[in-house]
Design a protein around this ligand. Structure first.
Ligand code: GLU
Length: 441
């Protein structure tokens, strides 16, 4: 059965880049009627925090990306120990004692000689006595997986045929000197034990995949299908890594982005299929095709989320936003009309407060020089609030009569004087909401 996982480390909030990984794995599982596992990669006790795990779940729930079960790596240390023993017994695991400084020096020498900076395996030549002596002097070493020096090949669900020379990769460290298991070993054990059939993750994991394939094989597991999606860049192709902090899912949610806007965009961005606003996750599942994604870096522009969000927001019935509107202090008698007027003129419901400010306090008038005289004539013709449905017509008729203006030359200056803007809601509908018109002062 198709089984996928999303495997964040609970060391921070998840962002749009993580969402891509989560979404693809979710969609593959759901499309196949399979299982989607949320796996918390929390083997680092210092950096992993329950509050981040909770926040990740909250973010996924907000989006409707439901998981079938949660697994925590910190619960599975016995299993990782057993796997380490198995690798030792099979001669695929060795202890190495180089300090970070020594490793750095080796790398620099290799680079100077124009060679790739691959670990030279000198620890393999240590005798038992030498290891004892090093252990006494430096404490426990790290444990490295001994790669088989052959080509590692797989058909990648996005990148196509991949072939990596294992000799060009350092034997990966799977256990740190302090005994902490590293993600690579834990991930491999989990993928085997949970029957993971498909793994989609960022292309920064391609080398990991090569080594993980050999570890899975060494442990007698089935190798899942791998696919590596391209990494997101900013709109200009610039690295997004530094800005990802402001592109966390909770940030986007706080800014009023609608879940379906985000999902609709991310399910298509970087693929040959067009971005289409979907109204349900089922539609997204149906329209998802992993093979349509390309390997080129994917440009992400957060501004694309807002027109999509605006569509969703404008279609909401009053009941869906009534609480938010009331919280702004809009009187109940005006609230439904306020929604009718504002809905077409906002990107997110966060923009409602600006419209309510305008209704309550009036706007700074915008008056062009050539309209000054006309506005001076028009304002005394407008009574004080409250207004009703007939106010706009009665007023503009009177101004027309008094100034001889008509059409755009009549309506636009009045709109700008009342709202301070060139565009906005239908004025006849807006007038009854206005508690103040500052141009009258
Ligand atoms: N915790 C890893 C990460 O966030 C998981 C990678 C994987 O999917 O195996 O990069």
């Amino acid at each position: 059965m198709t089984t996928t996982r999303f495997a964040p480390s609970p060391t921070g909030h998840i962002h749009v880049g993580n969402l891509r990984t989560a979404l693809f794995n979710f969609l593959i599982a759901r499309k196949a009627g399979g299982t989607f596992i949320l796996r918390l990669d929390d083997t680092d006790p210092e950096r992993s925090k329950q509050e981040y795990a909770d926040a990740i779940m909250e973010d996924l729930e907000w989006l409707g990306l439901t998981w079938d079960r949660v697994e925590k790596q910190s619960d599975r240390l016995d299993r990782y120990n057993a796997a380490a023993d198995e690798l030792r017994a099979k001669g695929r695991f060795y202890e190495a004692f180089e300090t970070p400084t020594e490793l750095d020096l080796k790398r620099k020498k290799q680079l100077n000689m124009g060679r790739p900076p691959v670990y030279d395996r000198s620890a393999l030549d240590l005798t038992e006595d030498e290891k004892e002596a090093l252990r006494a002097e430096r404490g426990d070493g790290v444990w490295r997986f001994k790669l088989e020096h052959e080509r590692i090949e797989w058909h990648d669900g996005i990148l196509g045929d991949i072939s990596i020379d294992a000799a060009s990769v350092s034997d990966p460290v799977l256990i740190r000197a302090d005994g902490q298991f590293l993600y690579t070993l834990a991930s491999v054990c989990d993928d085997i034990d949970f029957g993971i059939t498909h793994v989609v993750r960022g292309s920064d994991h391609v080398t990991n995949t090569a080594t993980q394939i050999q570890i899975i094989q060494a442990l007698g597991g089935d190798v899942p299908s791998f696919a590596h999606h391209s990494l997101l860049t900013g709109p200009q192709g610039e690295a997004l890594s530094k800005r990802l902090g402001t592109l966390s899912l909770r940030d986007l949610r706080a800014r009023g982005v609608e879940p379906m806007a985000l999902l609709s965009l991310m399910a298509r961005l970087g693929s040959s299929q067009p971005v289409e606003l979907r109204s349900s996750i089922d539609e997204i599942i149906e329209g998802f095709d992993l093979s349509a994604f390309g390997s080129a870096p994917t440009k992400f522009d957060e501004r694309d989320l807002f027109p999509l969000t605006a569509h969703i927001v404008a279609a909401k019935p009053y009941d869906a936003v009534a609480d938010e509107i009331r919280a702004l202090g809009v009187p109940d008698a005006l609230a439904p009309r306020f929604w009718e007027v504002a809905r077409e003129n906002i990107m997110t419901t966060a923009d409602l407060s600006g419209w309510w400010d305008l209704c309550r306090d009036g706007a700074e008038p915008l008056i062009a020089d050539e309209d000054r005289e006309m506005i001076a004539t028009a304002m005394p013709l407008l009574p004080d609030p409250p207004y009703d449905d007939t106010t706009w017509k009665t007023w503009t008729d009177a101004v027309k009569e008094a100034t001889g203006r008509k059409g755009k030359g009549l309506f636009m200056p009045l709109r700008k004087a009342v709202t301070g803007m060139e565009r906005g809601p239908d004025m006849a509908n807006l007038m009854p909401l206005l508690q103040k018109v500052r141009a009258k002062d």
